[in-house]
Design a binder for this molecule. Structure first.
Ligand SMILES: Cc1cc2nc3c(=O)[nH]c(=O)nc-3n(C[C@H](O)[C@H](O)[C@H](O)COP(=O)(O)O)c2cc1C
Length: 329
């Protein structure tokens, strides 16, 4: 299958869907209009259908993709995707055979992000049309446990001819070329697109990750979803983590027992960041977005991949696509 034809792409580049409001319709539209795959991050179900329509209007003739961040997905999200006729769905951090079958029956192209060969085999067995192989250098939550280029051959083997996109460590045309040479069909970038003018990351969040000299893996921001994630340091991690990201006992225990919070209604979940002051070790996965108080960057997750150590500035999404395209600048 020619992935570029199937997904109406000019270049083998996809923007990662980043939830919690980071990757909204402005970013997905700009990326799609530039010829790459724009992806909406998971948003409240009531807003998703409208966001899909906005991308379709802003980038006519291009595919619209939605990331379904599985621990937080409810039936209404899926109904919104199907109802709005989304072209591509990316499943992250969970594999659900019935969901994949439902999407496939409506002609949706289903990609599943995986971090191990076992996950890759399961995704294929459940009907995935293609895989996203995530490496451990990625920003945000981590399925990946090995560097992306080391994991890629395992994912390609498991994919048995289906397309494989590589995520983690992609910040330049040279990274894209290396991934394609190693057998990937396309690349997925998150951190690069987080650092664009169209992302809804809080400007101080963008400044902090550009200034960082280190990223690390932790589980601190795990209230409701205690899965590992890659961040840069802030007051919260300095107070509650060791230098290598290991979380102090109290927040670790709180996070472990908080699984049911992932099922809170969207409106309630969005308010949890306001409760994060650093006095109590309650740290949700929601990252600082435009409109939040400046102080949120001290107490909320500053997700970032290893690439931020070599990224220099916030640029337009169009420029980011141009810089990531093979042979691009
Ligand atoms: C700020 C941020 C938020 C993310 N949110 C999500 C998400 O909601 N769902 C998901 O499947 N992956 C998410 N990811 C992971 C991306 O899908 C992707 O694997 C990762 O960004 C690739 O690594 P990179 O950041 O080095 O480009 C996120 C990544 C970042 C940096």
């Amino acid at each position: 299958m020619d992935l570029l034809d199937r997904l109406h792409l000019d270049v083998p580049v996809a923007q990662a869907g980043m939830g919690g409001g980071l990757a909204g319709p402005e970013l997905a539209t700009a990326v799609a209009a530039a010829g790459a795959l724009g992806t909406l991050g998971l948003a409240p179900a009531a807003m998703l259908g409208q966001a899909i329509a906005q991308v379709r209007d802003g980038a006519p003739g291009r595919a619209v993709a939605v990331n379904l961040l599985m621990p937080f997905v409810r039936r209404a999200h899926v109904d919104a995707c199907v109802g709005a006729g989304v072209d591509v769905v990316v499943l992250g951090f969970g594999i659900d055979r019935r969901l994949i079958e439902r999407l496939a029956s409506r002609g949706v192209f289903v990609l599943v992000m995986v971090g191990t060969e076992q996950q890759a085999r399961r995704a294929v067995a459940c009907g995935a049309d293609g895989l996203i192989a995530q490496g451990c250098e990625a920003g945000g939550h981590l399925a990946g446990v090995t560097p992306a280029l080391s994991f890629l051959p395992h994912a390609i083997r498991a994919a048995a001819g289906r397309p494989v996109l590589l995520a983690g460590g992609i910040a330049s045309a040279a990274d894209t070329s290396a991934a394609l040479t190693a057998g990937a069909d396309a690349v997925v970038a998150g951190s690069r697109f987080l650092l664009t003018t169209e992302s809804r990351a809080h400007p101080e969040y963008q400044r902090r990750i550009l200034a960082a000299d280190k990223t690390f893996r932790t589980t601190l921001f795990g209230l409701g979803w205690p899965a590992p994630h890659r961040v840069v340091a802030n007051d919260a991690t300095r107070a509650w983590c060791s230098a290598d990201g290991r979380v102090a006992l109290i927040p670790r225990l709180i996070n472990r027992g908080s699984g049911l919070l992932a099922k809170l209604p969207d409106s309630v979940a969005a308010k949890t960041v306001g409760l994060q002051t650093g006095r109590l070790p309650l740290f949700s996965p929601i990252a600082p977005t435009v409109g939040m108080a400046d102080s949120s960057v001290d107490h909320a997750a500053l997700y970032a991949g290893e690439t931020v150590l070599r990224l220099k500035s916030v640029i337009s999404a169009r420029q980011a696509v141009a810089e990531l395209a093979p042979g691009g600048q």
